[in-house]
Ligand binder design. Structure first.
Ligand code: NAD
Length: 383
């Protein structure tokens, strides 16, 4: 299997090789010579800019197009120069419309909530629409003024309180965009025998955008999954976003697969991640289930404050690789990595960001932690 990868900037140089060592060990242990990942490095970010003059070279896009599934470390967001964000550019070019964030607790990881074992959700965040589409104009510019004039003169909008000093943003939410996201969430729930899909929205206030998401979501589910719903194999429900954030703390066991819009998804994913151990351990992927294109990724940034210090937690990209192995159907390799990590956490052995909160925790460097995980996998300590 050829897998293109982007090492990434900052701590990417540390976490990506750690992930590769762990994945290689798990694949070898479980499949011997029968299966192997051939890593194909492609460039993006600061390193790509320094070496090629482009933040996102065409060869990189071509590799992801050709090989379909890849993985990436964190990238520096260029300041100026026309690229808003490399991650957004990758998602848009490959039309990766689902941002998938599974959230579960690993034994041994200290959590700010009393019963983190009750948190087991998979967030499907819409990745291409909403206020995130980047359609906005800054206050005081001729564009903002023109947009306001259109609203006022042609659409009869009189509700803008301070038109002279207002910036404006546009929030597109479509039926197609909603349907493909909700369809993927329902299919995922059924494939993984998960009990429910919850549509999270603010349709009580934004009636046509967020309300449209809820309406189109329910209609799609009824039309395409009516049989499964009638048989009790799938429950579709909805929750207003603010109530949902409360409920994640009060009754997390009520939720399984979450389907939501882009901005809600951003807040929801980070809150849930914090409930099970925080930024260093949350995995993610951006996927187009129709074309099969998928990029698995570390969800944290380049962490310049700790880069080069051999202390970064590599678990986010390691667990993203676990998702990738599951995506390939290489379940055995994925499970042996999860078991090795959980065993390590249970013994209080982790990088400093996690170990400092564990009773009697031992803080390991990134390289020592990686060596221990590889050894646990190789020694089958985790049987
Ligand atoms: P960040 O995620 O890099 O860091 C936030 C804080 O969390 C820092 O204190 C950092 O040390 C800590 N942290 C992050 N990951 C950690 C890990 N694995 N282990 C231990 N501690 C960890 O966010 P930031 O500082 O806002 O952003 C830095 C740069 O990264 C910016 O250029 C930003 O645009 C970029 N960024 C990239 C991505 C991506 O590529 N997916 C995501 C977010 C930010």
């Amino acid at each position: 299997m050829i897998v293109p990868f982007i090492t990434g900037d900052g701590v990417g140089v540390e976490v990506t090789p750690s992930m590769q060592a762990v994945v290689n060990a798990a694949v070898k242990k479980n499949y011997g010579d029968k299966r192997r990942i051939e890593w194909k490095e492609v460039l993006a970010g600061e390193r790509a800019f320094n070496e090629t003059g482009s933040w996102l070279p065409e060869e990189t896009m071509e590799a992801f197009r050709t090989y379909k599934v890849g993985i990436k470390g964190p990238l520096t967001t260029p300041i100026g120069g026309g690229i808003r964000s490399l991650n957004v550019a990758l998602r848009q070019t490959l039309d990766l419309y689902v941002c998938l964030r599974p959230v579960r607790w690993y034994q041994g990881v200290v959590s700010p909530v009393k019963e983190p074992q009750k948190v087991n959700m998979c967030v499907f965040r819409e990745n291409t629409e909403d206020i995130y589409a980047g359609i906005e104009w800054e206050a005081g510019t001729p564009e903002a003024d023109k947009f306001y004039r259109f609203l006022h003169d042609e659409m009869g909008v009189t509700k803008v309180r301070f038109p002279e000093t207002s910036s404006f943003g546009v929030k597109p939410v479509s039926k197609e965009g909603t349907e493909r996201l909700v369809r993927s969430a329902c299919e995922y729930a059924l494939e993984h025998n998960l009990p429910s899909v919850t549509l999270v929205h603010k349709g009580n206030i934004m009636k046509f955008t967020e309300g449209g998401f809820k309406k189109w979501g329910y209609e799609l589910a009824e039309r395409e999954f009516g049989k499964e719903i009638a048989e009790g194999r799938l429950v579709i429900k909805d929750c207003i976003a603010d109530a949902f954030l409360q409920n994640t703390l009060l009754i997390p066991e009520e939720y399984s697969v979450i389907a939501t819009l882009n901005l809600n998804g951003d807040y929801v994913s980070d809150q849930l991640a914090a409930m099970v151990g925080g930024i260093g351990i949350a995995p993610g992927a951006n996927i187009n289930y129709k074309t099969g294109h998928a990029i698995f990724e570390a969800t944290h940034g380049t962490a310049p404050n700790i880069a080069g210090k051999n202390k970064v937690n590599p678990c986010s990209i390691i667990l993203s690789a676990v998702m990738m192995l599951q995506h390939f159907g290489w379940q055995e390799a994925a499970s042996s990595i999860e078991k090795a990590l959980e065993q390590s956490f249970t013994e209080g052995r982790a990088t400093a960001d996690l170990a400092r909160f564990m009773p009697g925790g031992v803080s390991l460097s990134t390289s020592d932690f990686t060596k221990e995980i590889v050894a646990r996998i190789e020694n089958k300590n985790n049987d």
